[in-house]
Design a protein around this ligand. Structure first.
Ligand SMILES: [Zn+2]
Length: 457
């Protein structure tokens, strides 16, 4: 029983694994469009049958939306939960696809072989890397690896409405010691990576009201307060000259990056000049003294996403408006509490209002950041396993955006997650002509075999 045998089997049976992925890709499981509801159920059933054939106790569980696939194998060692999603994005505009998005094929391209079709990378190809690793393991060892739950969602691309209720209702069954999430990518398209920090979000809409109706600036200008002027002053004050956010208490729960992680980020091949150059910029605009990757992955932000008021149509109108509005969002990190910061932001605005002005607020959502506790030895074990497979060191990286499932695993089930994926930025997920590099699929399967060998008891 050696890992080498499992890896050799993965290599030898790659064509069959690709055929199975193509079969799953032929099912048009677009979750957002009710027309495809039967296809979503078909994809869930297809996966249940595959998992049962490997020896999992598997079923498709009904929800008010699309079914959840839950598969269990009780074995020795730590209970590990694997997450992926079987639903896909819509395919329009169809005219931009070179072939039917649900008639997938293996293609030769100038950059190597690719699996082409909707879902090839996001996330059917990725979830099958794990299932194929389990298959090869079972074939060599006679049993599935360790103590596993596989949890596959069918609503990820449509906002996951059933996810939290399902997880809450089935918490006992789903709670494991660690989660694996396969829905991310390589770093810079080539370096294996484990995402350990995801930023949270706070969205606020603010309206400043002054006079009880729009006024003429000839009749009232000078004597009447202009809400746009008030709003502009408040917004301009949200950052100081060093790029720091001025809302009181904003940084109270922001942790400094561990030195080891900072050093790793410094060693990543990240070209900030190129990163900014692609969008026509030259100079990082965040906090002074921070690297661009720190700004993106480990520091909070405040951005004005929209601002309006008065007259903005053709021509000109000398209006002194009654109201001014802005949409403002904050990306949050480490232990920042979105509700606490929402209150702090609102108090900050209120405190700066001149006489005769009032502020009202509308919330556009809150989500805490998730930062994984890397004290779990599985993180280092997985990093080494990935390094062996890809021939270059794997990195612990951050993510400037949010991946809600990772946060839910923490808040609902109390477990940390390792986000490990083998996608590339060039995969065109959510766009026409989505693809998955055959090499990424193949090495993805091998990677999971190596990781399972190290982290299952
Ligand atoms: Zn996805």
């Amino acid at each position: 029983m050696s890992l080498e045998n499992v890896l050799n089997r993965i290599d030898a049976t790659l064509p069959e694994a690709v055929e199975r992925l193509l079969a799953l890709l032929r099912i048009p499981s677009i979750s957002t469009d009710p027309v495809y509801k039967p296809a979503c159920a078909e994809a869930a059933d297809w996966l249940v049958a595959e998992l049962q054939s490997l020896g999992f106790e598997a079923s498709a569980r009904p929800t008010p939306g699309h079914p959840m696939v839950v598969a269990r194998h009780r074995g020795p060692g730590r209970h590990i939960l694997f997450y992926g999603h079987y639903d896909v994005q819509p395919v329009d505009p169809l005219s931009l696809w070179a072939r039917d998005p649900f008639d997938p094929e293996l293609q030769d391209t100038a950059k190597g072989k690719v699996i082409r079709g909707r879902g090839a990378s996001d996330d059917k190809g990725q979830l099958m890397t794990f299932i194929e690793a389990c298959r090869a393991w079972k074939a060599e060892h006679g049993v599935l690896p360790g103590n596993l739950t596989i949890f596959l969602e069918g609503e990820e691309e449509s906002g996951s409405p059933s996810l939290v209720p399902f997880m809450t209702e089935n918490a006992e069954e789903l709670r494991a010691e660690l989660a694996l999430i396969c829905d991310t990518g390589l770093f810079a398209d080539r370096q294996p990576a484990i995402t350990t920090a995801l930023r949270g979000l706070l969205g606020e809409e603010v309206t400043i009201s002054g006079p009880n109706k729009d006024l003429h600036s000839g009749a009232y200008g000078g004597a009447a307060i202009n809400p746009i002027r008030v709003l502009a002053r408040i917004i301009a004050g949200l950052h100081d000259e060093t790029g720091r956010i001025t809302v009181p208490g904003f940084y109270d729960d922001v942790d400094e990056l561990p030195e080891a992680v900072r050093a790793q980020w410094q060693s990543l091949a990240f070209d900030h000049a190129e990163f900014l150059g692609e969008v026509g910029l030259t100079t990082p605009a965040g906090e002074a003294g921070r690297t661009p990757l720190e700004m993106l992955w480990s520091r909070p932000t405040c951005e004005v996403n929209g601002i309006w008021g008065g007259y903005t149509g053709d021509g000109f109108k000398t209006v002194l408006p009654a109201k001014a509005h802005a949409k403002i969002s904050f990306r949050l990190v480490s232990r920042q509490d979105p509700l606490k910061l929402r209150a702090a932001f609102r108090a900050y605005v209120q405190a700066q209002l001149p006489p005769d002005c009032t502020a009202s607020f509308e919330s556009h959502g809150t989500a805490p950041a998730s930062t994984m506790s890397m004290a779990d030895p599985a993180f280092e074990a997985a990093r080494r396993a990935l390094g062996e497979e890809w021939g270059m060191p794997a990195a612990f990286i951050g993510c400037g955006g949010s991946i809600p499932i990772a946060g839910y695993f923490k808040t609902v089930l109390g477990m940390d997650a390792m986000l490990i994926g083998f996608g590339k930025d060039s995969d065109q997920i959510h766009s026409p002509n989505e693809k998955y590099d055959l090499e990424c699929f193949h090495k993805g399967v091998r990677s999971w075999a190596r990781i399972l060998a190290r982290i299952t008891g």
